[in-house]
Structure formats: C-alpha cells, structure tokens
Ligand binder design. Structure first.
Ligand code: CA
Length: 232
C-alpha cells in the first residue's frame, strides 16, 4: 500500500506553493492533512488536535521551526516531527534533532523522498503509539483526548485535557503555576493572570466532582499536583 496507514498530519509552512504541493501529495497517499503558515498558530493547532506527524519548516513567521519543535515537545506532543531545513546545513539538522525532531529533509526535496520519510515515521509511530496514562481510577488516552474516571467518560476541552495530561504525566510532582502557564498558554499570559485557577477549578469539577478522593491537589504557594493513588 503506497501510503501506509493513514495519518493525521499538520504541515507548518509559509510558502504556499510548497505547502500546497506537499499537502496534495500526502492527501493522495490517504492522509488527513492540515496546513498552517504561522509558527505561533501551529502551536495552538497542535494543542487542539491529535496529530500523528508534524512537518515543520524552519523559517516561519510567529515562531521559528526550531522553537516550535521545542515548544510542542515541552507541551508533551507525542507524535513524529519531520523538519524541513532550508539549507543542507549540518547545524540546522543537529538543532532540529536536539529539540525533539525525529528526522529532517533538506530543501529542495523530492516529493517521493518526502512520502517515503512520512511512511517510515508513520510506521515507527504506530508501533510505539503513546500508551494510555492511568492514575488510580483516572485514565487518559492522549491519542483521542479521551478521559475516564471509574470508567465513566469525562468531557474535557482540548486545553483542559492538556492541563490534566501535564499533571498526570508527573504524578506526585508539583507543577508550578508558571510552568503551567508557560506550557499551556505561552508568553501571552502573565503570571498574575488567574487563568490557571479558572482551569483547575473547572477540571476539579469535572474530574473530582464532589468525590472525597480528589486527585487534583493545590500546593499552596507553589502549584498543583496529581495525587498518586494511595498517597496520604
Ligand atoms: Ca519558510
């Protein structure tokens, strides 16, 4: 099968001709493909949709491809990243791989080579698809943004999910307000904003909803943590 398993792909590329050609080729292989031209907007998309693969150009308006790569990995994006480096420059390749990219392709590239790289990354990703996260009776599926408590489904917004996932990936560990703001909202929000409190309140209502065994704990003066099961 020429395209392998269908993937959900986000192309982050500000040159319409390249973005259009890549999109057409990957769609022809059966993948679901979105295109965004601004690095900052791309971060919002990655936070909102469960992509399997990101194709990142390096020179972008908003946020450059390397910074975007770091930002999505910090956020916990589990999928594959393929960097499209403008120059055949070894420093660019190392910069991308150091920041969590899985592979790179130098421009200009042949569409057949791009499709082959996408197939290879897709195979690798489907093998080590990010597993379910389980904390006591709380379960999260990062691939579908599904959440269950005692097997009952809970409906969360993408950003609520991201907040819960960040806490759940570090059970028992205090995550500071600053880190939460930085990871989930970026530099747009100041530390004085009460955005985190608003989201935590909403999450508590949905996840802990009046239960005595609440999982989301406030650590006064520092941040929040997810209490691992059986912890005092
Ligand atoms: Ca560019």
């Amino acid at each position: 099968m020429p395209g392998g398993r269908p993937l959900r792909i986000l192309i982050v590329e500000d040159e319409p001709a390249i973005a259009g050609a890549v999109k057409a080729a990957l769609r022809a292989d059966g993948h679901a493909v979105d295109v965004v031209g601004d690095g900052g907007e791309a971060l919002d998309w990655v936070r909102s949709y469960a992509y399997d693969l990101l194709l990142l150009d390096v020179v972008l308006p908003g946020l450059d491809g390397f910074s975007l790569c770091s930002a999505v990995r910090d956020y916990g994006y589990p999928g594959a990243i393929l960097m499209l480096t403008a120059l055949d420059d070894v420093r660019d390749r190392i910069a991308g791989l150091d920041r969590g990219a899985d592979d790179y392709l130098s421009k200009p590239f042949s569409m057949d080579e791009l499709r082959a790289r996408v197939r290879a990354l897709g195979r690798r990703r489907l093998e080590d698809r990010s597993p379910m996260i389980q904390i006591g009776d709380l379960e999260l599926d990062p691939a579908t943004l599904g959440v269950w408590r005692s097997r009952q489904p809970i409906r969360l917004t993408a950003r609520e999910f991201a907040l819960l996932e960040l806490l759940a990936r570090h059970p028992g560990q205090v995550i500071t307000r600053e880190r939460l703001i930085d990871t989930l909202w970026g530099a747009d929000f100041s530390a004085e904003s009460n955005i985190v409190e608003v989201y935590i309140r909403s999450l508590r209502r949905k996840v802990d909803g009046g239960r005595r065994d609440g999982l989301i704990e406030t650590v006064r003066g520092s941040g929040y943590r997810l209490r691992p099961p059986g912890a005092p």
